[in-house]
Design a protein around this ligand. Structure first.
Ligand SMILES: Nc1nc2c(ncn2[C@@H]2O[C@H](COP(=O)(O)OP(=O)(O)OP(=O)(O)O)[C@@H](O)[C@H]2O)c(=O)[nH]1
Ligand SMILES: [Mg+2]
Length: 596
């Protein structure tokens, strides 16, 4: 099978083009370093099936951050038939060097000058025909985001692929190092001859917005204010939808499923309804919130505001041994910890990478958000609900900062921090939908993998041995709860909650499903039952523990893979468990001491 790879500097739109061509939903964002691993898709090109590969961005071929190594490794070990090199048209005067390097290595290349729309607005004109002649390869201006110029790229690619016989193996990359100066000169000459760049760029909207958003005093308050409003929005819009859906699913059971299973053996209806249906339905009710959450995340990621956040927070983060990029990874962790941990690959220094990886699992990911929304709705008065959730977000930041401060001497960072600020961009409707659907698929995939099995196991543990009353202390679940009681009593966690916590270790998506199964209830009835058994202090302690202890097995596996150290993985687990217990203990005991 023929193979085409997309290559270019970070944030030039490779994944956008990849999605356009293949119909895939690779993650796109206005931040250099969104893609950190290879992604491939099969496409039909000129009657052949071709493998298309989306690569992480690289600044040049000698880079030694992990994502750059991924690219270099790929290029040296996997013959490609064609490279589609993407450059940002508005930065062609700086990015052309990468193309020249690749050309020197002898790859067949189609050059796609992306972001034609932005180049036009900035008044940059590129003579693609003369540039194409000078470079002796096809040069096409495109706009991957809006789809302009794609047919031409595909046509040029087809022609090259059809002509070729064998795959090309690149020459030694090391050879290139000596030719650096030459490339620099060649680039300048090409730009002078074929590109017109106005003395001052016309596109100054970004500068104007930045005057305000990067303001010395206003910048940070504006940023946190904006984040607060967004999360508030998700909560106020999402919570009623979730409750409505839970109500419908409840009704469905009462009207349809209960009568349907009325004649079946007790264990069967128990497993199917109290086990699987209650567990899955309780989780399913959260799908709209998850969609909403990722829509908002995708807009923030695509706007370019993340890079500003990195810039604004850099000085503060440096005091904790981290930098602006760590902060952005922490924010990405609010969506899901796994890609955030992988995103640290753009960091070159191992020390700061490890420190950032230690911190990320403490960020309040969407799976934990689900647990909190549920518990808060059950145990807090509506007027306190938003405050409780906000407190958890503050706590999430606090524990991250605390962890960084405590461990910064173990992981000393020496890497200077340089970050380019991309222009502000609006996501298109298409991009939002693509991202939203991707996240929903991801959520359902995880949910179906963990939840059905998880809730079945929880149901079994809390209903057997059959002589015991369901969910009582005589069941297996009760016994497990009793076993952990000496540890969990001092933080106000009873044996029902303990089981949910144990299963939450696998994935937080299980927690509410497990609660539904343990109590044998769902929707309002479940909430009422929980409210009668625990008070808000216990609930808060439970949420703090859930927030801080290890997020899920996938995160652990990712930490292991990215750090390439089992010891570091255990450190991460042990630290988060210890910190969770200490924070819950301090909170619970002080609240009780104060008479709550
Ligand atoms: N204006 C404009 N923006 C674009 C275009 N193509 C992509 N973008 C935006 O550029 C940003 C980066 O796009 P990505 O596709 O994530 O870039 P990438 O090259 O895959 O980036 P990395 O994976 O980080 O190397 C996103 O905000 C896109 O919406 C385009 O043609 N015009
Ligand atoms: Mg990408």
């Amino acid at each position: 099978m023929k193979r085409i790879a997309l290559l270019g500097m970070p944030n030039t739109g490779k994944s956008t083009l990849f999605n356009r061509i293949s119909g895939a939903s690779a993650r796109v964002g206005n931040w250099p370093g969104i893609t950190v691993d290879l992604l491939s898709a099969k496409i039909l090109l000129g009657g052949h099936i071709v493998e298309l590969i989306d690569l992480p961005g690289i600044y040049d071929l000698h880079g030694f951050s992990e994502d750059e190594q991924v690219v270099r490794h790929f290029l040296t070990h996997n013959p490609v038939d064609l490279l589609v090199v993407l450059l940002n048209s508005t930065q062609i005067d700086r990015q052309l060097s990468l193309l020249l390097q690749l050309k020197k290595l002898g790859f067949p290349i189609v050059l796609a000058l992306n972001m034609a729309d932005e180049a036009k607005r900035a008044g940059i004109t590129i003579n693609t025909e003369s540039l194409s002649t000078a470079l002796a390869l096809p040069v096409i201006q495109i706009s991957a985001k809006y789809g302009d110029g794609l047919p031409k790229v595909l046509q040029a690619a087809t022609e090259i692929i059809n002509q070729q016989q064998a795959k090309t193996n690149p020459q030694s990359i090391a050879l290139l190092l000596q030719e650096e100066n030459e490339i620099e000169h060649e680039m300048q000459a090409l730009v002078q001859r074929h590109v017109q760049i106005p003395a001052t760029l016309n596109d100054d909207t970004t500068d104007k917005i930045d005057k305000l958003l990067l303001h010395k005093w206003l910048g940070l308050p504006l940023f946190f204010g904006a984040m607060f409003i967004l999360f508030q929005l998700i909560f106020t819009v999402g919570a009623p939808i979730q409750e409505g859906l839970a109500w419908i699913l409840d009704l469905f059971r009462a009207q349809l499923l209960d009568p349907l299973f009325a004649g079946t053996p007790h264990w069967l209806s128990g497993l199917m309804l109290d086990g699987i249906y209650n567990g899955v339905a309780t989780v399913a009710a959260f799908v709209p919130i998850i969609i909403l959450f990722f829509l908002v995340m995708s807009m923030v990621e695509d706007s370019g505001y993340l890079s500003r956040a990195a810039f604004l927070m850099d000085a503060i983060m440096a005091k904790m041994g981290l930098d602006g990029r760590s902060f952005v990874m922490m924010l990405m962790g609010f969506g899901c910890n796994v890609p955030a941990i992988m995103g640290t690959r753009i960091m070159r220094s191992r020390a700061i990478r490890l420190l950032t990886m230690l911190v990320i699992p403490l960020s309040l990911c969407s799976a934990r958000l689900q647990v909190f929304i549920f518990i808060i709705a059950a145990l807090f008065a509506p007027k306190h609900a938003a405050l409780a959730l906000f407190a958890l977000y503050v706590m999430s930041f606090f524990t991250m900062f605390l962890t960084a401060v405590l461990f910064q001497n173990q992981y000393k960072n020496t890497e200077p921090f340089i970050l380019e600020l991309p222009p502000y961009r609006f996501p298109t409707f298409r991009q939002i939908v693509l991202r939203g659907s991707h996240e929903v698929k991801h959520f359902l995939n995880r949910a179906s993998k963990f939840i059905i099995l998880g809730v079945m196991l929880v149901w079994f543990l809390s209903n057997f041995p059959s002589t015991a009353a369901p969910a009582s202390l005589d069941t297996y679940a009760g016994k497990i709860g009793l076993f952990f009681a000496p540890l969990l009593d001092p933080i106000g966690i009873n044996h029902e909650l303990a089981i949910a916590l144990i299963f939450g270790f696998v994935a937080k998506e299980i927690v509410v499903g497990a609660l539904a199964v343990i109590y044998g209830l769902q929707g309002d009835a479940l909430m009422a039952q929980m409210a009668s058994q625990i008070d808000w202090v216990q609930a808060m302690s439970f949420m703090l523990f859930t927030l801080i202890y290890t997020p899920c097995l996938s995160t652990i596996a990712t930490i292991r893979n990215e750090s390439k150290s089992t010891a570091f993985m255990w450190l991460s687990i042990a630290w988060s468990l210890a910190l969770a217990w200490i924070v819950s203990f301090v909170f619970y005991q002080s609240a009780r001491y104060l008479g709550f």
